[in-house]
Structures are given as C-alpha cells and as structure tokens.
Design a binder for this molecule. Structure first.
Ligand code: DGY
Length: 326
C-alpha cells in the first residue's frame, strides 16, 4: 500500500458490520476485502503488503509468514475476537506490532449460547427438533424425549473469567449450584454473589452435572479436558464447550460418549474448525453449533467498533483500548 501523506494503510480482511470501515476510511487509506469468508492463502500477500494496520478475524492466522508478507511497517494487528490463539503474540511483540482483542463486548452473547447448550443437551432439544423436522411420527408420551431438569443440579465452570461468570449467573437464575475452577482466582464479589464454591479441577469434574468450558486456549489448556478428565465426570453429566475446540480432546470425547462415560455434550467450537469429528456427527446425545457464540448483530457490531477504536488509537500514537499483553 502507498497511503496518501498523513494517512496510514489499513487492511481489513473480512466484512465488518456497522460503520467500522467508514470510520477507518475517514482517517486512513483502507483496503477492504468485503467478504465473509477466510482469505484464500494465495491472496494474502497481495492484500497485506505495506499495511500499517490489519483487522483480522479468528480464522486468520497471524504468524511469521503473515508478518513477513505485511512488512516491517506494521504497527497493529486488531483481532475481532476475545480469543487470540490465532495470533502469534510473541512474534508480533518481537517486531513491535501491537496486538488487540475485543474483550467485554461479547460476554453476554457467548454466555447465552453456553446456557442454551446446557438446556439443549439436558432437554434433548437438538434431537427433538430433528424429530419434528424430519417428519418422524410422534405423539405425546410420558417418556417421549425425556430429559433431565437443571434445577437443583450443579454446573462446573472451567475458566471463571467474564464469560464463565456470566454463564454461571444464568445457571443460578435457573436454580443451579455453581462450582468454579481456573488458573486465576475468580473475582471474590462474583463468587459471593453466585454463592459459588471455588474448587480444584478434579473436584469440579467429579461433582458437576454440567461442566462448561470457558478457559482460553494456550499451551496449558490444550486438551485440558482429556480422557482422564472425562473419566472423572459423572456418567450422568454433560460437557459444554463454547471456548476453543482444542481445550477438549475431541477424540477422547467421542470415546467417552461411546463408552457412556458421560451423558452428552454441547459444542460450539471444534479442534479443527470447520471440520467436526465424524464420531460426533451421528450422535443424538450431542448438540453441535457452528461457532456462533458471539453471533448477534449487536455483539458483532460492538466487536468491529472496538477493533476499529484500537486501530485508530495505535495509528494516532495513543494506547489501544484493549491490548493483548500475553
Ligand atoms: C471470540 O471472540 O473469541 C469468539 O470465539 C468469537 O465468537
């Protein structure tokens, strides 16, 4: 890119809602790929070359090759997501590139989907919807699609950050008891408000009727929920994952479901998106969503706005609002 004098070159790699792109264009020269899909790898170098700022989504890896293709003038990589496992933060730091994410604005939308998965799995709603939609004959019956109630049961939140705690609040409102476990201590006010117990992971796995995963993906959390962890869960318990796929060992999950080690699972994320383990696809005790945790127009617009604010701040020489420090 060769931006006009006094302006920077900004590359936006996929469609953004709202007026994010107009706001960027008001101050800078923008190369906008207005497509809601992953960039074909062959097109990346041409799009990126010479950018001072890039706006990316979570399906785009920001690695050494990406940084090489962009060039040494790059100042900021703004991820339109709270999770940033797609970004090689260390490589960015080494090159003086600021990385930003979008915490806060997607907390409620993602917690809504986590709790939706709790209800969908415990009440067999995926299976029920398929029954009607496929025209399978049914009549009201005492045991027809019978599920279990969440009231009086226990939810275990792995990773009690903002989204985990928001999910716990929803669970409380539905009459569930709350266990919390994570690498950092949860906010004590939230613990008190929820009447929650903070426990170690083994206790959480052993005592929960629903285990909901909210831990970010990193070297310490990859396959945190593995065969061993699944074996510690109750055979009547459900696993929900709205964080990142690789936090759960998908092959071990399929084996646990096959063996009846746990009762079912609700997943919004997968180890190798958009590929889904074939062992999950055929199962009625599994609810599968295509990574839609933050997919409301309000939330996605707020995410795009925050990414834009971060880019404009860094290009103006100010501190970004939500830098990734990892
Ligand atoms: C995030 O922001 O990390 C979410 O996964 C996007 O939905």
């Amino acid at each position: 890119m060769s931006p006009a004098a006094g302006r920077a070159g900004v590359v936006v790699l996929s469609t953004l809602p709202g007026d994010a792109v107009e706001r960027l264009r008001a101050e800078h020269d923008v190369r906008y790929r207005d497509e809601d899909s992953q960039v074909p790898p062959g097109e990346l170098p041409m799009l990126l070359a010479g950018a001072d700022a890039v706006v990316v989504t979570l399906s785009q890896r920001v690695d050494e090759a990406f940084l090489d293709a962009t060039g040494p003038q790059l100042k900021v990589a703004a991820n339109v997501a709270v999770g940033y496992d797609n970004v090689d933060v260390a490589a960015c730091r080494e090159r003086g590139v600021v990385v930003t994410n979008t915490p806060g604005v997607l907390t409620d939308a993602t917690a809504d989907i986590a709790f939706a998965l709790v209800l969908m799995t415990t009440r067999r709603l995926g299976e029920a919807e398929r029954e009607v939609r496929t025209g399978r004959p049914w009549t009201w019956g005492i045991f027809h699609l019978i599920g279990v109630s969440v009231q009086g049961r226990t939810i275990g939140i792995i990773g009690p950050g903002a989204i985990g705690l928001a999910t716990a609040r929803r669970a409380r409102a539905f009459g569930m008891d709350v266990l919390l476990s994570g690498r950092s201590a949860p906010d004590p006010d939230a613990v008190a408000e929820l009447g929650a117990r903070v426990v170690d992971l083994d206790t959480l796995l052993a005592e929960s009727d629903v285990v909901s995963v909210h831990a970010p993906l990193g070297p310490q959390t990859r396959h945190l929920v593995d065969a061993d962890a699944l074996a510690r869960m109750k055979p009547t318990a459900y696993l929900v994952n709205t964080a990142r796929g690789p936090v759960v060992d998908e092959a071990a999950l399929v084996a646990a479901l096959d063996a009846g080690t746990i009762a079912g699972a609700g997943l919004d994320v997968y180890e190798d998106e958009p590929h889904v383990h074939p062992g999950l696809l055929a199962r009625d005790d599994v609810v599968l969503l295509p990574h839609v945790g933050s997919a409301t127009i309000e939330t996605r617009t707020a995410m795009a706005d925050l990414a834009t604010d971060n880019v404009l701040a860094v290009l103006a020489g100010r501190d970004p609002l939500t830098p990734v420090r990892g």
